[in-house]
Design a protein around this ligand. Structure first.
Ligand code: MN
Length: 202
């Protein structure tokens, strides 16, 4: 009798820390069903298929992001980016940064409001699909960075702190072409307690 070996997918879709309708009205349940349930899931599925029987099967997700290119990079980075994006949102967010992060924002942007405006301006100027990041460099300076497609600050030696998804799939159901409005609304769901925990530990 043949015994069949069940293939186990290396990566799985991470569970959300809140219900699909919990971010309403800033993000609708329908957007979450597509964004998390379809798009994020598809990147996970694609990645599992692409790395099957390659050396990448032995790497962590972050190692794949740092060491791959082409479609493996695109799907691995999109899995990483979306996990990071959904994780930083909350139905009950800590609505302002505190401590060292608050100080760094004032030092590098002048105020939280300036940072918000800088992120919205950068997202509006980003042509096509991509991400706008708040990231920290090796000298602990904060920067707002636009990145095309699946771009991630890790590949530039920086620590990602906050991810803003500016692919149309992130906002088109709720906001149509109003990208800036979608980010203004998203702002109210950002849990700054989560962002603080992402600061590099010295
Ligand atoms: Mn997305």
């Amino acid at each position: 009798m043949n015994s069949s070996v069940k293939e186990v997918d290396k990566f799985t879709l991470p569970e959300l820390p809140y219900a699909l309708d919990a971010l309403y009205p800033q993000i609708s349940e329908e957007t979450m069903r597509y964004h998390y349930g379809k798009h994020h899931q598809a990147y996970v599925n694609n990645l599992n298929t692409l790395i099957h029987n390659t050396p990448y099967e032995n790497y962590s997700l972050e190692e794949i992001v740092l060491r791959s290119e082409g479609s493996i990079f695109n799907n691995a980075a999109q899995v990483w980016n979306h996990t990071f994006y959904f994780e930083q949102l909350s139905p009950f967010p800590q609505d302002v940064p505190m401590g060292a992060l608050a100080e760094a924002i004032v030092r590098d942007f002048g105020s939280l409001e300036n940072l918000k405006n800088e992120i919205i301006r950068t997202a509006t100027a980003l042509f096509g699909s991509g991400w706008v990041w708040l990231a920290c460099d090796k000298r602990d300076r904060l920067a707002v960075l636009p990145m095309q497609n699946a771009g991630n600050p890790l590949t530039h030696g920086m620590t990602p702190l906050l991810a803003v998804d500016v692919w149309e799939h992130a906002y088109y159901i709720d906001y149509r072409n109003r990208r800036a409005d979608s980010i203004g609304a998203l702002w109210d769901r950002i849990d700054w307690g989560c962002i603080e925990k992402r600061m590099p530990k010295n």
